[in-house]
Design a protein around this ligand. Sequence first.
Ligand code: LLP
Length: 415
Amino acid sequence: MNPFVYRDNLLHAEKVSCAELAEAYGTPCYVYSKAAIQDRYHAFADALQGWPTKICYSVKANSSLAVLNLLAQLGAGFDIVSAGELERVVRAGGDAGKIVFSGVAKRADEIRRALLAGIYCFNIESRAELERMESIAREMDIPANVSLRVNPDVDPNTHPYISTGLKENKFGVSIEQARELYRQVADSRYLHATGVDCHIGSQLLDLAPFQFCFEKIFELVDWLDEQGVRLQHVDVGGGLGIPYAHADQVPDPVQYARVIAPFMQGRQLELVVEPGRAIVGNAGLLLCRVEYLKNSAGRNFALVDAAMNDFLRPSLYSAWHQISAVHREDGDEVLYDVAGPVCESADLLGCQRSLCIREGSLLAIHDAGAYGFVMASNYNSRMRPAEVLVDGEQAWLVRKRESIEQLFADEVIPD
Ligand code: LLP
């Protein structure tokens, strides 16, 4: 479902006009659709209903308490990578017993906090981390469930910054090392080998890399089984891509499930998935306003009040996001580079976009629900944007725009 549609030439989020949202909450402002998030979650849950499954939503994609609360109500588990994400999940009413903790450099205090919270499983990414995990579990006298994150050395064919499953990446351990480490786990009274884990990258548009990865992972599961190590679950990570452009051909959760099915056939295993982008990416947009139009050396610029600090994906990954005028007007369209106020030429939200706009026009930057607000910063001492969740005709301000006071509330000038 697409919750962002034009009615009377005015872009709406579900049943609320985006112009009204901009009026009420100011710009820049992230807008999320509750129905779209629910729809995407159910798409995963329905596609994977053939097996016992934990859908551990990857909190890093969008960690708004409102979004986490919505997903917790739908029954989601959570994939976290920090103590901060753990506290967010707990505050949002999520079930700690459905949390998996990923990440290559978990601090001791983070491990302790997660053990106390009673999370479901730690995804371990190195021998050193396994040893630290064991000594903390022993010291606290709390046994821990662990999974080894295997790096299957598979090319996910995505942007190099978000590829994680190649052997030169910092993530996971090789299959050979995993075999050794599972022996170490078997010898420990404080560690339970609950599962095996992998995650090869993000925004995968092709299912073949998943297939290659699953072949390697399930071969390891069989080998462990022969060694007498009976796992409870297989965690296949996240990474399913979403359409950003109309022409993008993207596998849906049903096609994804078809790749998993033969591997799960006849096994007494629970499936864990860690989708992030595929649940929230298309469910959000960023509203901004045109401050000035400018022509420089034959190029037209639409200078808007959102910038790379609010939405980093175009600058960091050269990501393409559709940009449209909130009011569709009759008139000649002009090609614009849409740029923000930050003092870097990389502060471009979109290049050569055909738009019919003027000063004061509102623009929507689409498909910004994942890796949008979470990657926002205060660069150039800009306040981070407001976030709004729309539910039918209702809109909730789920995070206020930051204030000037908040910008330096924790700073001190030495006497
Ligand atoms: N599990 C693990 C261990 C991960 O590292 C990630 C994402 C996910 C799950 C969720 O992946 P997803 O289903 O969202 O693809 N900032 C980048 C994306 C970074 C992804 C990092 N890891 C972007 O804006 O494209």
